[in-house]
Design a protein around this ligand. Structure first.
Ligand code: FRU
Length: 485
């Protein structure tokens, strides 16, 4: 939440560190009434540097309280990304009295004698709900003789084989290991050669079962982030695979590349572990930035923020399964309705400005296109600064344009448009969440997401709608602003 009104760009709804640098979410876990968000953190500077795990907790996934640093570098190296689990049955032997948290993370060792760097997997455990941690004295628990990129362990309990499973990023593949006790790991298989996008190094995998919407069917999903490659405009981004998993091998059931987000600013996202069965949600959040310009974004004294937490499901369309994402419903209470827009037809003059004037806002709209070539929404951050969401009905494309959104000149990549293809553009449902320095867009009930940073002087003064060379109808529309909570 905002700490002072004066702090420019500080988000109201998204988690950001009080001070200094943050990247990937780590150790996402629910335990004893709290969601834990650990994060890649450099506590000494607002650019990337020696990594620690920062820590925040939340009861509702929206309002976070930042706590003391959880893990600091040691003789095995700095602390790279990883996960956390609850060891309910004391498989590790760390918890003779009461179940507790175990963090599984990468140690990154880089100095004169370790060049190229060495990456290995290590453990730490906590008896006090993640407030303090004890590093396991047998660290590291998993090393590799040759692989330099060997990192980002995500661990979960696999019921059917009664074992812990770890997915690990290994250069441009994902390696799968298993263990009965978190300390002894056995290699099972390697996935990824010749499939998916290999535009960059593979990082931060996550593997879980997802429910198919409106059914009780499930399929396994493997999420894989892909590092920045200067050869491509997109920078770092995230792909996923849908398929099956038997405790040893993951098999994808498609050849096409599936992107989790069509915006530039959702990277290294993973899901929470230990969400209670009665709740049953698969909740994901990502780092809302891009390695292409993450170190240059124009915030002062702190850098980066997370996406809003999103519930993931699968949607089936003609035998094809894709992830749909919906911001967790805990967000709803942070909004109150301001304006309804119903049965309005928009012609070439567009609409008047709907006043918003709020530190964060939400727009929900259903457009029905008659014959407009282009139509969409203009978010007026201020009078001179705006972001547009434009649907082109000739090529069924949606573009988010942020080149006039405020500060863009810190990178020669940031001003470029972000685009995605739609199946059709006759009827479109949009949900847009605007915070001080971001626009998150969800299309057709979460079928596609586009997450984008912006750096305007104010979050949102107003909204207007436009159409060109024809008419478009707003079947239903609603603008919401902060509720008093
Ligand atoms: C992804 C990543 C991870 C690594 C961490 C280092 O953004 O490169 O692969 O563990 O960041 O901070």
């Amino acid at each position: 939440m905002k700490t002072t009104k004066l702090e420019k760009y500080r988000p109201a709804l998204h988690f950001s560190p009080k001070r200094n640098w943050m990247n990937d979410p780590n150790g996402l876990v629910y335990f004893k009434g709290e969601y834990h968000l650990f994060f890649q953190h450099n506590p000494n500077d607002s650019i990337w540097g020696p990594m620690h795990w920062g820590h925040a907790v939340s009861k509702d996934l929206i309002k976070w309280e930042e706590l003391e640093i959880a893990l600091s570098p040691d003789e095995h190296g700095t602390i790279f990304s990883g996960s956390a689990i609850v060891d309910w049955n004391n498989t590790s032997g760390f918890f003779p009295n009461e179940p507790g948290l175990v963090a599984i993370f990468t140690h990154h060792l880089e100095d004169e004698t370790h060049n190229p760097p060495e990456q290995s997997q290590s453990l730490a455990y906590s008896y006090d709900k993640g407030r303090t941690w004890i590093k396991y004295d047998g660290n590291p628990v998993l090393t590799h003789p040759t692989k330099v990129d060997f990192r980002d362990p995500k661990v979960f309990w696999h019921e059917e084989s009664s074992k812990w499973v770890m997915v690990l990023a290994t250069e441009q593949t994902i390696s799968i290991y298993s263990s009965p006790n978190l300390t002894d790991w056995q290699f099972e298989s390697e996935f990824g050669e010749g499939i998916g996008s290999h535009d960059g190094v593979w990082e931060c995998p996550d593997l879980f079962e997802l429910t198919v919407e409106h059914s009780n069917r499930k399929k396994w999903v493997l999420i894989v982030s892909i590092g920045d490659n200067p050869r491509f405009d997109s920078g770092s981004r995230t792909q996923y695979f849908v398929g099956s998993f038997d405790g040893k091998n993951f098999v994808a059931e498609h050849d096409d590349v599936k992107w989790l987000d069509y915006g530039k600013d959702n990277y290294a996202g993973v899901s929470f572990s230990n969400v209670p069965k009665e709740d049953g949600r698969r909740i994901y959040l990502g780092w809302m930035s891009n390695w292409r310009y993450a170190n240059q974004v124009p915030t002062d004294g702190w850098r980066s923020q997370m996406t809003l937490p999103r519930e993931l499901k699968l949607r089936e369309t003609h035998g094809n399964f894709e992830i749909v994402q919906k911001v967790v419903s805990e967000l709803d209470k942070y909004f109150t309705n301001k304006t309804e827009i119903k049965g309005v037809t928009i012609g070439t003059n567009g609409t008047d400005n709907f006043e918003v004037d709020a530190e964060y806002a939400e727009i929900e709209l259903i457009f029905e296109n008659n014959n407009a070539i282009q139509y969409g929404i203009t978010i007026h951050h201020t009078e001179a600064q705006y972001t547009t969401i434009c649907i082109n009905s000739i090529d069924n494309a949606l573009t988010l344009e942020r080149k006039h959104s405020g500060k863009v000149d810190f990178s020669d990549n940031f001003f470029r448009p972000q685009m995605l293809k739609l199946n059709e553009s006759k009827r479109i449902q949009l949900r847009v969440i605007i915070d001080s320095s971001s626009v998150e867009l969800f299309i057709n009930e979460g079928a596609k997401a586009l997450t984008s940073l912006v750096y305007p002087d104010k979050a949102c003064e107003g909204i207007s709608l436009f159409a060109s060379e024809g008419k478009v109808k707003v079947v239903h529309g609603k603008i919401s602003i902060p509720s008093i909570i």
